[in-house]
Design a protein around this ligand. Structure first.
Ligand code: ADP
Ligand code: MG
Length: 726
């Protein structure tokens, strides 16, 4: 029994073998492992397994249990575990395209049974006739013959004799789970050479945990091992994040004095009262910018909470001090909207605002003016990131919808300030970060939260509806919306009423990352080849259909493959009320603000993740009128928990927590940041473990010496790159 440093619980991993502190180089190439040659190493490298360390940390995704083996003659229909030799293995192509069938016969001393695998032709290579294997699968009657269909299998020698457990690894290319089992067995002796890693952890705990994760004698051992490894992972994340913060504090920013009177005057001129949350956030930002240490703050606020106004206040403050500000937005539509809004808002105070997107004309001339300091606030898309966009004095960088940008992109912008000076950074997101992630991955950030919507906002009434009900339940509602009194904050539409978004099919986003299509499990009919082409087809088709249904309405479409100018044009017409129904892909997801749009239909809703659905829904309910969201499903299966949660709640923070529980942190993180952090153990929902690791990291940073832990430092550098925001 070994105690965690400050743990109430202990990790019981009784490793029988002798441990000694060998001088093993964990960062040596994975080719050090017996059985891994250059070809295998190449495949593993593609899967991110480059070093011996990566190899040990490539943990099983599951464990098969071959404990209760029966003899073949005693098998009953249903799940069975048997042991035997296999022969007569053949693989053939089925008449149906893309299907291969591998079949054979498993024999033990009592009988024989047919075995079939689909699309697993590697099975033919896996088995050797003289060796004995365990199988677990379903024994069933298929086409008049009894067989075992697609069983899991392991060589008897690789199964723990007491527990019957055999690890299952994620296959990478030609390297299947059973290959990993073999390789891991080859490396079995090396575990005793794995050095300790974390300060304050008893000797040998680490190697023991790793060993037990790969060669468990019981599931209790597995869970103990994983608990330690989860602790280790969280510890590393928190340490990386703390060190980032230290690094950031060494940088020099621009001191921007707080001009109270000017800001008061600005706020007085606004057409509405700031929410308290907006006031507080702005104040926190002003406080930061007064310091020499550059700000690194994230503004989290649910859709419609008024983040742009906080950005405007921050920008104005910096500009009052004679500095330049850059605002980066993920799409041209959004950049344009920010530009129009902020030019109007800030222009009256003499602020010079310009827009820089791919479609901007006279770019060289504009860039010259930016460099000369003739522009105060530059709003733009990725076009802003090119090397030839230079500033005279860039003191504040604002990034809207930060999760849409990668680390490198943000870094590019941060480097545009004068040498030796780091601009203040304000990132904004409507995808709230669950608290547990906040504490680990994003611990180096200061956070402001807009937890309050502007007055008069009502929750969006959300309804799950199946496709067969559209004509009866949805179309009449749409008709009603398009002819009801326009929202007083918006401009009435062509039919003198309110407007509608119709969102089609989840597709690839502009960065090529799969947005929404989350966990193939859920996608009822969502998967099948929805490339760019079919995205356009589906938008156009839906548009035609709606024109038939609503002959008096103006129905237009928008998709990511349109030219920026076309997109802007359609969006502008929609914002001006010239379009009644906008059929669109998720390009409208981000930030677009049309208060008179009060109904949204999300087709194929099961194909999106919870966070994205919430974001999409946030496009409506921005005015004073009641807004509606219809989540359209095929109805083939009961609605998922995701959709039901969305129906019940409009609270983005609540939904983010639910999402974390439903999906696991890896995916959440992926959605937040394209950099992708592959958490191996992924227990970021474990708040107790996080609290313990935080305490331990702090203790270490207070009294320990980083230099004594070279492997730890080297290991966390990958996290540092990811967690840092500048
Ligand atoms: P988001 O946080 O989603 O980016 P926006 O900044 O786009 O939200 O704001 C949504 C809408 O609310 C905008 O039309 C904005 O003008 C308006 N708004 C912002 N702050 C307030 C406020 N304090 N009172 C009323 N309306 C506000
Ligand atoms: Mg916004």
């Amino acid at each position: 029994m070994v105690k965690l440093p400050s743990g109430e619980r202990s990790i019981a991993v009784g490793l029988a073998r002798v441990c000694y502190n060998g001088g093993m180089d964990l960062f040596a190439s994975v080719e050090e492992i017996k059985g891994i040659g250059p070809k295998t190493a190449e495949t593993l490298k593609k899967a991110g397994i480059k070093t011996v360390r990566d190899f040990f940390y490539n943990l099983p995704r599951d464990y098969d249990d071959y404990q209760q083996a029966t003899s073949i003659s005693k098998m009953r229909p249903g799940k069975v575990v048997i042991r035997g030799k296999i022969d007569s293995l053949t693989t053939r192509k089925a008449r149906r395209r893309n299907l291969s069938i591998t079949e054979g016969v498993i024999r033990d001393t009592t009988g024989a049974v047919k075995v079939v695998w689909f699309n697993q032709s590697y099975r033919a290579k896996q088995f050797q006739p003289e060796k004995e294997y365990c199988f677990t699968g379903t024994y069933e009657l298929k086409n008049g013959r009894w067989q075992i269909t697609s069983p899991q299998s392991a060589e008897v020698a690789d199964v723990d004799p007491k527990s019957g457990l055999s690890p299952v690894y994620v296959a990478h290319g030609a390297i299947r789970s059973y290959n990993f089992v073999r390789l891991m067995t080859n490396a079995r002796d090396k575990f005793s050479e794995i050095p300790d890693l974390l300060p304050g952890i008893a000797k040998g705990v680490r190697r023991e945990a790793l060993y037990k994760a790969h060669f468990p004698e019981s599931l209790t051992e597995v869970s103990n091992a994983r608990e330690y490894l989860a602790y280790e992972e969280i510890y590393e994340l928190i340490l990386a994040s703390r060190l980032n913060r230290r690094e950031n504090e060494k940088l020099k920013g621009v001191v921007i004095p707080f001009k109270v009177e000017k800001i008061r005057e600005f706020v007085r001129k606004l057409p509405f009262k700031l929410t308290n949350a907006q006031r507080l956030s702005a104040w926190e930002i002003f406080q930061n910018m007064e310091q020499e240490v550059p700000m690194n703050r994230m503004l989290q606020g649910d859709v419609g909470s008024g983040k742009t106004m906080v950005a405007a206040l921050s920008a104005y403050e910096a500009i009052l001090a004679g500095e330049q500000v850059a605002l980066l937005a993920p799409t041209a539509i959004l950049a344009t909207q920010h530009y129009e809004g902020l030019r109007e808002l800030l222009g009256q105070f003499g602020v010079r605002v310009e827009l820089l997107t791919g479609a901007t004309k006279h770019k060289p001339e504009l860039k010259k003016r930016i460099l000369a300091g003739g522009v105060d606030l530059v709003i733009g898309t990725h076009a802003l990131l090119t090397d030839d966009t230079e500033f005279r004095r860039l003191a504040l960088v604002i990034i809207d919808e930060q999760h849409r940008f990668g680390v490198e992109q943000r870094q590019k912008l941060m480097l545009k300030s004068p040498a030796g000076v780091a601009p203040h950074l304000l990132t904004m997101t409507a995808t709230p970060i669950p608290r547990s992630l906040q504490l680990t991955v994003f611990g180096d950030l200061d956070v402001s939260i807009l937890n309050e919507l502007p007055k008069g906002r009502q929750p969006v009434i959300t309804t799950i509806i199946t496709e067969v009900d559209t004509a009866e339940r949805l179309y009449p509602k749409m008709q009603e919306i398009m002819t009801s009194t326009p929202d007083n904050r918006g401009k009435g539409n062509k039919m003198h009423g309110q407007q509608i978004y119709w969102i089609c099919k989840a597709i690839e986003d502009e960065n090529g990352a799969k947005m929404g299509v989350n966990g193939a499990k859920s996608g009822a009919g969502a998967g099948g080849g929805s490339g760019g082409g079919s995205e356009i087809t589906s938008v156009k088709k839906r548009c035609r259909r709606l024109r038939e249904v609503f002959p008096h309405a103006r129905v237009e479409f928008l998709h990511g493959k349109m030219k920026p100018a076309e997109k802007d044009d359609i969006m502008e017409q929609f914002a001006n009320g010239e379009i009644d129904i906008l059929v669109s892909t998720t390009v409208v997801e981000v930030g677009v603000d049309v208060p008179n749009a009060t109904l949204m239909v999300i087709e194929n809703a099961e194909a999106y993740g919870l966070a994205q659905l919430h974001q999409l829904r946030g496009r409506v309910g921005r005015g004073a009128s009641t807004a509606y969201c219809y989540l359209l499903t095929s109805g083939d299966t009961p609605p998922s928990r995701r959709l039901r949660e969305l129906e019940r709640s409009n609270d983005g923070f609540h939904l983010a927590e639910v999402d974390l529980k439903l999906r696991g942190p890896g995916e959440i993180y992926g959605a937040l940041q394209h950099g992708a952090l592959d958490l191996r153990i992924a227990t970021l929902a474990d708040t107790k473990l996080i609290a313990r690791a935080r305490k331990d990291v702090d203790k270490f940073l207070d009294s320990g010496n980083l230099a004594d832990y070279p492997e730890l430092m080297k290991g966390i550098s990958r996290y540092q790159q990811i967690t840092t925001l500048n």
